[in-house]
Design a protein around this ligand. Structure first.
Ligand code: IPE
Ligand code: IPE
Ligand code: MG
Length: 248
């Protein structure tokens, strides 16, 4: 850990990402490679998440968004969905005090209304507990789909127009962004996906418009703070042009 922080210190702070998003993929394949049940992979994945959040806290990252459960993940067998729900609930219960003491401000993006009453209550309580914290913004994407988020945002704007509170001509990118679940947060600078697949899987389509992409074959349970910092260092060395011409 200290060694990692030393490596980070060697980078110009201004070159580090403000907002990192992670598609935590590969739990099932990781478990199957050891002849274990997929559920064992999800348990191991939660441990990785804890280590990566700690790294984000130590390096004072502004925002970390992790993909925990997609709107498409309901298609999985009921037993796996149930297991993931219990794990999510246990995670919130077990980790919330430590997150709070680390000044983490938790936030949930996605639908949440199809979760059990218990999980919905835990979500509200965790947000309430940490709402005045000033450290890393930790967004958990749960029952999240970017297309769903964009449609919900469009509906909220349509309601405002119908109620006469907003003129169609006043709708612009900033106004639209304010209706997204990540309102008020910086755009994603760096998107990481573990486990070898090269796709976005309906994650943060708006917010990653200009994100740098970083893929690794490492399965999420094996993803380490060292590799996380490798990604950050790689990011720091990239030339972000945003459509302009910038020579380095
Ligand atoms: C990511 O691992 C966790 C969730 C999607 C909930 P997977 O469960 O997708 O693992 P693989 O991709 O099947 O190996
Ligand atoms: C994306 O992973 C969702 C999460 C990591 C929660 P999936 O494993 O569901 O994505 P696909 O099915 O490979 O696209
Ligand atoms: Mg997967």
């Amino acid at each position: 850990m200290d060694n990692n922080l030393e490596r980070l210190k060697s980078i110009d702070k201004k070159k580090l990402p403000r907002h990192v998003a992670i598609i935590m993929d590969g739990n099932g394949r990781w478990a199957e490679s050891f002849g274990l049940l997929r559920s064992a992979g999800h348990v191991a994945g939660v441990k990785t998440l804890k280590r990566i959040l700690t790294t984000a806290v130590n390096m004072k990252l502004e925002a970390l968004t992790v993909y925990a459960f997609s709107t498409e993940n309901w298609k999985r067998p009921l037993a796996e969905v149930d297991f993931l729900m219990h794990l999510f609930s246990d995670y919130l219960e077990r980790e919330k005090q430590e997150m709070h003491s680390n000044n983490v401000r938790i936030n949930f993006i996605g639908r949440t209304e199809d979760f059990s009453p218990l999980i919905q209550r835990q979500i509200v309580e965790a947000v309430e507990l940490m709402k005045n914290n000033t450290g890393v913004r930790f967004n958990i994407a749960a029952d999240y789909g970017a297309k769903d988020e964009i449609v919900r945002a469009a509906r909220k704007l349509a309601l405002k127009v119908a109620a006469g509170k907003l003129a169609i001509d006043d709708i612009n990118e900033d106004i639209f962004e304010n209706e997204l679940d990540t309102a008020g947060q910086p755009p994603v600078d760096l998107l990481i996906r573990t486990s070898g697949d090269l796709r976005i899987s309906n994650f943060l389509l708006w917010q990653t418009a200009y994100a740098e992409l970083w893929f690794t074959k490492t399965a999420w349970p094996d993803f380490s703070p060292e590799e996380f910092i490798d990604a950050l260092i790689d990011f720091a060395n990239r030339n972000r042009r945003f459509g302009a011409i910038i020579n380095h």
